[in-house]
Design a protein. Sequence first.
Length: 332
Amino acid sequence: MPTTMTALFGGTGPDWTPRQVPVPAPGPGQVVVRARAVALNNADASMLAAADPTAGGTGEEYQAGFEFAGEITAVGEGSGAGDGMPVAGTRVMGTAPGSFAQYVVADHRHVLPVPDELGHEEACALPTGLLTEHGALAVAGFRAGQSVLITGATSSIGLIGVRIARALDAGRIIATTRNAAKSELLVDAGADTVVVTGEQDLTQAVLAATGGEGVDVALDHVGGRTFADCLPATRTDGAVVNIGRLDRAASTIDLDALAYRHLRLHGVSFGFSRPAELGRVIATAGERLLPAVADGCVRPLIDSTLAFSTAARAAARLRSHQAHGKIILSVP
């Protein structure tokens, strides 16, 4: 391996700045991956804005990125395949802070093997969606045959959620979008019913689609009023899981809907502060979903693939909220 690499840093201005930094060495339980492609997430835009010193941000510099795919080039000393470690040369996709770089150091529990049928561009767009959506379904106690509501379903992660629910043999899948023009996208992903929240009342539309009972599980990516509307749209003894806040974090809910329906409310955020827990979530998602990834049932929607040197264009595309699917950077 070379001794230096190019990595993208935030906290220097409105966009990422490329820098030459040392190639990381793996510690015990870690692997180094030669990244071939990396994917952008909404959190990347939020972090850029929060750290931008030209707009009142903290000015605290950090190596950017969370999602990547490539091949393992080094394994931590004293670690081996017998410890559950992947071996050098294995193609993997995974999640780690600082992944916008030519070489990424990651906890070995936070990577999954890439099926032969998948290229690096698609692979790097999957880890966050796989672990988050499957993890949320698991928290809800989802079982095959149950009905699922997915709000904000035309987001890149929401679309993966629709495909996962279909791959896991959900009963009726109801997906929401604010824009009727995106309805076909959701049907193609596997939704049985599309609710256009700009034109329809979410709760009433879901109840109408479920014979007045509501769904077994609601996965909410929107927050705000939408989260509140999920409660009366969920059947007695059902579960509502908040995943994202595409609208806002604050929500005023009807406690009668919560109590009388005996609902279970959960919030999930599978960050890096609990590495063992995150490893279990990723491993379980891999066991359940990699076959569906290999046969094409679960694939990400790619908005665009840009060169690593044009990261500013990628950031602008992310901030525009016009992307349909994942934005990818090809790593030289």
